[in-house]
Every structure is written in structure tokens, then in C-alpha cells.
Design a protein around this ligand. Structure first.
Ligand code: ADP
Ligand code: MG
Length: 307
């Protein structure tokens, strides 16, 4: 098993801090603002889902947390270290030692010319383990993801789901403190994606590893304690699982989780701005850019200007 506590100062909370993250991509003609001042905090050992429309900035956020990209502005602190201050070399070490990635496409996760166990061992190159230790740890990981029987198989001989299980073992090979999965079940059927989601939860429970999963599948997204929604490069809402579900989550199939499992909150940013969605605006008959805001009986009411 991983011994996380050796490498982590338990007093440093929160574990991941995104503070006003901005990311601008410049090409010859255009500038795209993929993150627009995103604030978020993640505790150590949390497992959360990130959802949002295509192009909303999910992958950009994952790449910044994983040290693959630097923000254009704002701060990203992981385990007490400000990634924005790191040199390129420090970033490489950070990635190799602290982060595990699982991508949607298996070609990005696995070397096609290596067997399962070889793929896993290859990811241990920076750990300083001996050949024997590597082998033992690789076998343990294969066992953990339920793939011991496929240890000598090449990726192309395995199903998409099997490849993703090996990919998860590869991602854990360096004993990372964060596991980042960007649409890991995007290319497998729903039964397999359920299995993979359960595997993430097991790893989160048993190893205490912090896991962030980007997903399109709301059923899977709902199977975690906290779901954050990104729109236009910012967190817009957060859903927190209700206690009564939290207690029995292990015995609930994701199909049985309705909309009722989580409490949904709008997120207020540092400038005290709250984002309203289209549906709310339509229902409240708000169709201009001015609204009336007032406090009544301890509630803040936002209504159409012509009401
Ligand atoms: P998501 O993962 O939510 O679909 P991304 O983070 O991939 O969104 O992208 C957010 C926005 O940034 C999109 O408009 C995308 O086109 C743009 N973008 C992402 N990466 C790059 C890049 N390397 N160069 C230029 N634009 C990019
Ligand atoms: Mg993406």
C-alpha cells in the first residue's frame, strides 16, 4: 500500500488551492481565455468530479494542477508548493513524483509496444526503487485494479476497459499524491465506466489519494462527495452529497442516484459575484442585463427590472 503520510505535512490545509487562475491561449489571430479567475480549494484525500460543457476549461484546469501548463495569472498551490514559481525542471520532477494522470485515449496512457507490467514498471523510473521492488509494486497494482491475469498482455490485445484499468495502475506507479483523470471513461461502455468509477473510489478510500475526475457522465459524477461545475473558465456551482447518501454510497448503484443525492450551491467568487443559469433567468423572466436586488426576510432576492 502507499504510505502517503510520509510525504505530506498533515497540517497544510487545504491541499490544493487555485487562486484566481487565469489561462490565456494565444495563437496568431486570437486569444482564448480558457480560465477566467478560477478559485477552488481541495482537501487532501478528497475525491471530486469536475463537469462542464466542452470548451469550458476543464482540461486546462487539470493540466495546470498536474503541472503540464502554467497559469497566465493567479496562483496554484499543491501540497504547500506554488507551482507557478517552479522552474521547468522542478515542474518535470513535480509531475513525475507527485501526479498520476489517466487520459481518455489509451494511446496517451500506455506504450503500445510494452506489456501491462512493463508499462507499469516504466512509470516507476523516477522512484529510485530496485528492479525487485518495482516488480513487487507492479504486481500489487495489477492486483489492486483486478488485472493480474493480464500482466503480460499488450494494450491492443485488451478491451478499452481493461486498458483503462492498466492505465490507472500506471498512473499510481509513482505513488502520486494526486490522481488526475480527464474523461477516463469517455471511450468505454457504461458498465465498464461504472466499474472504473468504483475502482477510483476504492483507491481513494484505501490509499487516501486525492482524486479529481473530469467527466461528462452525470451518473458517474454524482457518485462522489463533491461535484464542481465549470462554466466559462470559472466554478459556477458545487454539489455536495447529502449525509444520508454518503453513508451508504458503497452499496448504491450509480443508476439509483437521482438528483436528490446532492445539495446544489451557487458559488460566490471573491468579488461576491454569483452566476445564474439560463433556466433560472427564464423562470424569473429576467431578459435584460439589469436586475433588482433586495434583501427581504433575510433572503437576497434578484428579480427582473420591470417587475
Ligand atoms: P474542456 O476540457 O472543458 O473541453 P479546454 O480546457 O480543453 O476545455 O479548453 C478551454 C478553451 O481553451 C477552449 O476554447 C479551447 O479551444 C481553448 N484551448 C485549450 N487548449 C488550447 C491550446 N493549447 N491552444 C489554444 N487554445 C486552447
Ligand atoms: Mg477536455
Amino acid at each position: 500500500m502507499l504510505k502517503q503520510s510520509e510525504t505530506i505535512d498533515e497540517n497544510k490545509n487545504p491541499f490544493i488551492v487555485c487562486d484566481g487562475l487565469v489561462k490565456i491561449f494565444k495563437t496568431d489571430e486570437i486569444e482564448v481565455m480558457a480560465l477566467q479567475g478560477l478559485d477552488m480549494e481541495i482537501e487532501q484525500g478528497e475525491m471530486l468530479s469536475v463537469i462542464g460543457k466542452s470548451g469550458s476549461g476543464k482540461s486546462t484546469l487539470m493540466n495546470i494542477i498536474g503541472g503540464l501548463e502554467k497559469p497566465s495569472a493567479g496562483k496554484i498551490i499543491v501540497d504547500g508548493k506554488n507551482l507557478s514559481d517552479m522552474t521547468e525542471k522542478e515542474m518535470v520532477l513535480y509531475r513525475k513524483k507527485k501526479v498520476g494522470f489517466v487520459w481518455q485515449k489509451s494511446e496517451r496512457n500506455l506504450f503500445p509496444y510494452l506489456t501491462s507490467i512493463e508499462n507499469i514498471e516504466a512509470a516507476m523510473n523516477f522512484t529510485g526503487m530496485s528492479a525487485k521492488e518495482k516488480k513487487e509494486w507492479a504486481m500489487e497494482l495489477l492486483e489492486m485494479v483486478g488485472m493480474s491475469h493480464r500482466k503480460d498482455s499488450y494494450p491492443r490485445k485488451m478491451s478499452g476497459g481493461e486498458q483503462q484499468r492498466i492505465a490507472i495502475a500506471v498512473a499510481l506507479a509513482n505513488k502520486p499524491v494526486i490522481l488526475l483523470a480527464d474523461e477516463p471513461t469517455g471511450a468505454v461502455d457504461s458498465k465498464t465506466s461504472n466499474m472504473i468509477q468504483d475502482l477510483f473510489r476504492k483507491l481513494n478510500r484505501e490509499m487516501g489519494i486525492t482524486i479529481i475526475i473530469v467527466t461528462h457522465d452525470m451518473k458517474l459524477a454524482n457518485k462522489v462527495d463533491r461535484v464542481v461545475m465549470i462554466s466559462d473558465g470559472k466554478i459556477s456551482t458545487e454539489k455536495i452529497m447529502k449525509d444520508k447518501y454518503r453513508e451508504q454510497i458503497d452499496s448504491i448503484e450509480s443508476e439509483e442516484l437521482g438528483d436528490d443525492s446532492h445539495e446544489e450551491y451557487a458559488v460566490m467568487d471573491k468579488a461576491r459575484r454569483v452566476q445564474l443559469n439560463e433556466e433560472m433567468l427564464r423562470e424569473a423572466g429576467i431578459d435584460t442585463n439589469k436586475v433588482k436586488v433586495k434583501v427581504e426576510d433575510g433572503r437576497v432576492i434578484i428579480e427582473a427590472e420591470n417587475k
